[in-house]
Ligand binder design. Structure first.
Ligand SMILES: *[C@@H]1O[C@H](CO)[C@@H](O)[C@H](O)[C@H]1NC(C)=O
Ligand SMILES: *[C@@H]1O[C@H](CO)[C@@H](O)[C@H](O)[C@H]1NC(C)=O
Ligand SMILES: *[C@@H]1O[C@H](CO)[C@@H](O)[C@H](O)[C@H]1NC(C)=O
Length: 245
């Protein structure tokens, strides 16, 4: 390719990217005035699987990258991503149809400062071997930079304490493991890596923008601790825009 042509193409890419506020312009949008029946409510949601078991969730953010928690990637061998019609539930194979697509992960990125003991910088990216073709049930979630957002590295969402129950708390006084079991159930009832989104309104569209990645659930306070995606866009965007394939 001639140098002139190359520069021309690069400029086009830059102009194109510069004019968009989203990593991928085709990202999650809905017309709030039209409800499409039967369409997936979370078409960006990805299952992350290891040794054919569901281990985590993630979010498709463009044609070739899935955003998740670093703790989902660390010390795993071969990861597989499933896209399409995932509802985020923790029970494996909870949907009966086979409308998903499965991709072996071709490259995994863990944030260089990730610390598994403290969950600091719990963010990672998974690269798919080929570009995904978007469909109504496979669509990316929006990633956007926003200078006016709070850049604290994590944020928490508190939950109601799970109901331990009278007999369970009495039992716990006598060393029964019932309350511990409830805590374990709470911790296991949401997948690490699950995205938390916020909606922003454009002229006639509502867009879903990713705000958090579930990093861990605190078994003492029952809070969900999220990695703040707005604090990591400088890390996410350059990797996700690397030459595809
Ligand atoms: C950026 O963040 C501000 C403050 O939270 C919000 O009001 C605004 O809508 C956001 N803009 C975009 C494009 O996300
Ligand atoms: C930013 O978020 C953190 C964590 O949620 C909070 O403690 C802090 O007060 C926030 N800062 C501002 C300026 O809103
Ligand atoms: C995230 O998106 C879903 C639509 O799939 C919506 O139901 C949910 O309320 C959104 N979350 C927030 C916090 O806006």
């Amino acid at each position: 390719m001639s140098a002139v042509r190359w520069i021309f193409l690069c400029t086009l890419v830059l102009i194109h990217h510069g004019s968009s506020q989203f990593l991928d312009d085709n990202c999650a949008s809905v017309n709030p005035f039209i409800e499409i029946k039967g369409s997936s409510r979370t078409p960006w949601l990805a299952e992350i699987r290891s040794k054919s078991k569901l281990i985590c969730a993630g979010s498709l953010i463009n044609k070739q990258y899935v955003l998740t928690a670093a703790s989902c990637i660390d010390s795993q061998t071969q990861l597989v991503v499933r896209l399409g019609n995932f509802d985020g539930s923790v029970s494996d194979n909870s949907y009966s149809d086979n409308t998903y697509e499965e991709y072996p992960v071709s490259k995994a990125y863990v944030h260089r400062s990730f610390a598994s003991a403290t969950h600091e910088h719990n963010i990672g990216l998974l690269k798919l071997p080929t570009a995904v073709v978007y469909k109504s049930h496979i669509t990316p979630l929006c990633i956007t930079e926003n200078a006016s957002r709070n850049k604290s590295l994590t944020f928490e969402i508190s939950n109601k304490d799970p109901k331990i129950g009278f007999w369970c708390s009495i039992g716990s006084l006598f060393g029964n493991s019932c309350a511990d079991k409830k805590k374990q159930e709470y911790v296991a009832s949401n997948l690490v890596g699950s995205p938390l989104n916020i909606s922003i309104f454009e002229v006639v569209l509502k867009r879903y923008v990713q705000h958090g990645i579930l990093s861990y659930r605190n078994p003492e306070t029952y809070a969900d601790v999220y990695t703040n995606v707005f604090a990591y866009t400088d890390w996410i965007i350059p990797i996700a825009l690397e030459e595809m394939n």
